[in-house]
Design a protein around this ligand. Structure first.
Ligand code: C2E
Ligand code: CA
Ligand code: CA
Ligand code: CA
Length: 276
């Protein structure tokens, strides 16, 4: 923002104008996007300790007729603020479940992890949706897992903890996303009902060359192991990063080094081409 005089902010700087404009654009168009099926899910494979792929992460994209492919970083924050994240999140979860069932019919058995943000945990609806969808499809153990951003725990702790227990009772794993950034505290880890933490990309990036990242990864792994939590590395891009992680006890991996997020049919081809 522009400064006009002492500590006074000029309200309508060009930059701010643009932000307002963007907000209004999203306000009219994201709702329509949901109604008109303009959202798509890309699936990014996760590599298990045994080298197999048992799971993928669902990452939403918006195929806008006006602007082309829009990445989630450009609309998720707006969706959270406006409350649209609730129907959007429901759509992602139910679409991922239908995809899992379609894959099963083709002999492909994958779990899918969906991203869940604080705003989605304000009520029971996301849990109820999953439970109902599982029942309707005769599924007894959830093949959907949950990746929670850490801020969830801060914003509404009691509710969040309760929902995490409930998800796990359905057979969903709960993973803490972006671990090590934001307001996380290690002591918090002991209290939350989770199965794994996802080591944030910032620690994985060039970890083979960065002593500080190396120390942090080792420390986080030690704490996680003591609490019987698995550690999943995201954002693995090179063989050297992978090597460091494997040598230091991080054996679940995800990143461009293995496969980018891709449409379901591309993932099928990617899986078929992988050496068994
Ligand atoms: P995230 O959950 O931390 O997802 C990881 C992001 O890193 C994804 O970006 C993914 O495409 C990208 N990525 C994966 N491997 C690599 C790599 O090796 N190198 C680099 N540089 N990047 C990698 P994407 O798909 O743009 O998603 C951004 C964020 O948007 C996600 O971060 C997540 O917080 C949010 N998001 C995506 N889909 C949903 C959704 O359905 N619901 C909610 N609430 N949030 C979502
Ligand atoms: Ca995630
Ligand atoms: Ca992340
Ligand atoms: Ca690198």
């Amino acid at each position: 923002a522009k400064e006009s005089g002492r500590g006074q902010l000029c309200l309508f700087s060009p930059e701010m104008n643009q932000r307002v404009f963007e907000y209004l654009w999203l306000d009219t168009n994201l709702r329509k996007a949901l109604e008109h099926q303009q959202l798509i899910i890309h699936y990014q494979p996760k590599i298990s300790p045994d080298g197999k792929v048992n799971s993928a992460e669902a990452l939403v994209r918006w195929l806008s007729p006006e602007r082309g492919l829009i990445p989630p970083n450009e609309f998720i924050a707006y969706a959270e603020e406006s409350g649209l994240i609730v129907p959007l999140g429901r759509w992602v979860m139910l679409t991922a479940l239908q995809q899992i069932l379609a894959w099963r019919r083709q002999g492909i058995f994958l779990r899918v992890a969906v991203n869940v943000s604080a705003r989605q945990l304000i009520d029971q609806s996301i849990y109820n949706d999953l439970k109902q969808a599982l029942q309707q499809n005769g599924i007894s153990v959830s093949p959907i897992d949950i990746e929670l951003t850490e801020s969830c725990l801060i914003d509404n702790e009691q509710q969040a903890l309760h929902l995490m227990h409930q998800f796990r009772q359905l057979g969903a794993e709960v993973h803490l996303d972006d671990f090590g950034t934001g307001y996380s505290s290690l002591s918090q880890l002991a209290r939350v009902p989770i199965d794994a933490i996802k080591l944030d990309q910032s620690f994985v990036r060039d970890v083979d060359e960065r002593p500080i990242s190396q120390s942090l990864v080792r420390a986080i792994v030690a704490v996680a192991k003591a609490l019987h939590l698995r550690v999943i590395a995201e954002g693995v891009e090179t063989a050297k990063e992978e090597q460091f992680l494997l040598e230091n006890g991080v054996d679940e991996r995800q990143g461009y080094y293995y496969g980018k997020p891709m449409p379901a049919d591309m993932l099928e081809h990617w899986l078929a081409q992988r050496p068994a």
